[in-house]
Design a protein around this ligand. Structure first.
Ligand code: NDP
Length: 296
């Protein structure tokens, strides 16, 4: 039986780790805030480790799902750090929506210890994680992905090799940049229509049978904005981070990217305005406030 360590039991990490446990893997978990690991082990057969080093000792596959690549890099060193516990020959799977250059640096550090690294960010939200139907986009060695596949299949349905280390992060950042653009542009359009006296519900009904539709118009707006429910499943702070990575990748590649750069700025502003706990879809509240209207 493959021994797995899972570090990072946040909004999406927790349901992913639950899927790993339910698939029968021999699982140890670690979370910075220990209450979350205790809650997890109370509901599963998994063990809780006190430190990252303890979590990964003896593990064949190590999965991290933290906020940023920098958070992962910061766990490597020190007596309680990952490198102190990782076994030679282990496989490190970072499911954080990370940034390609930090992932490359992490992969280099791990290679010195004979540990293979793949970046494997996910898409599909917390509900997709609960159902085990996430999309997993992978950067790194194809053979390493094949070793990871049985574990990834516990929470992923579509698992795609995108290229070398960092390619998964780059695809994820661009996907989320498109999400951010959809949220903001749908917000502007619906706010303008609401103020002009057209019901956003009627307008979305039209759009969703027309060429402007997207996951944002079909699902996010009806379920979260029109309902005024704004459930907190994916923090705006994290989408701000993702669009920032996407804008950086575009700049590095010297691709003209005014829309990405502007959207990065808008989400930085919305994040500063709405704080750390706001959900990503709540960015439309900024448009509503400035425009003096509500999309409902
Ligand atoms: P949360 O904010 O809910 O959780 C973040 C996790 O990272 C927590 O376990 C937190 O620990 C841990 N963490 C943060 N900083 C550190 C640190 N410095 N050292 C150690 N641990 C740290 O985030 P999500 O679970 O929503 O997201 C995790 C990753 O997955 C992000 O990269 C995000 O962009 C991505 N993602 C999220 C999706 C979603 O729908 N939520 C969808 C797809 C991708 P603690 O509990 O102690 O705070």
């Amino acid at each position: 039986m493959t021994t797995v360590a899972f570090l990072g039991l946040g909004a999406i990490g927790r349901p992913m780790a639950h899927r790993v446990a339910a698939a029968g893997f021999d699982l140890t978990v670690w979370n910075r805030t220990a209450d979350r690991s205790r809650e997890f082990t109370a509901a599963t057969k998994a063990r809780a480790a006190a430190t990252p080093a303890e979590a990964v000792r003896g593990a064949q596959v190590v999965i991290t799902c933290l906020s940023t690549s920098q958070n992962v890099a910061a766990l490597l060193d020190g007596p309680d750090g990952l490198l102190a516990g990782l076994e030679r020959g282990a496989l490190f799977v970072d499911c954080t929506s990370g940034d390609p250059s930090t992932s490359a640096r992490i992969a280099g550090r791990l290679a010195e210890h004979d540990v293979a690294f793949i970046d494997a960010p996910v898409s599909g939200g917390t509900s997709g994680a609960e159902k085990g139907i996430l999309t997993v986009m992978v950067g790194g060695d194809a053979a390493a992905l094949e070793r990871a596949r049985p574990v990834l299949e516990s929470f992923g349905k579509k698992i795609v090799h995108c290229g070398a280390v960092g390619a998964g992060d780059a695809v994820k950042a661009m996907n989320n940049a498109m999400l951010a653009i959809h949220v903001w542009s749908t917000g502007e359009c619906m706010a303008a229509l609401a103020k002009a006296g057209v019901s956003p519900r009627v307008a979305l009904d039209v759009v969703n049978a027309s060429s402007g539709r997207s996951n944002t118009s079909e699902n996010l707006f009806p379920e979260r904005v029109l309902s005024r429910a704004f459930p907190r499943t994916f923090r705006l702070a994290l989408l701000d981070k993702d669009i920032g990575i996407a804008a950086q990748v575009a700049r590095e590649q010297k691709i003209p990217s005014p829309i990405l750069q502007l959207t990065a700025e808008l989400f930085r502003m919305a994040h500063a305005e709405l704080g750390e706990e706001a959900d990503h879809v709540e960015a439309v509240r900024v448009i509503e406030r400035l425009g003096g209207t509500e999309i409902k």
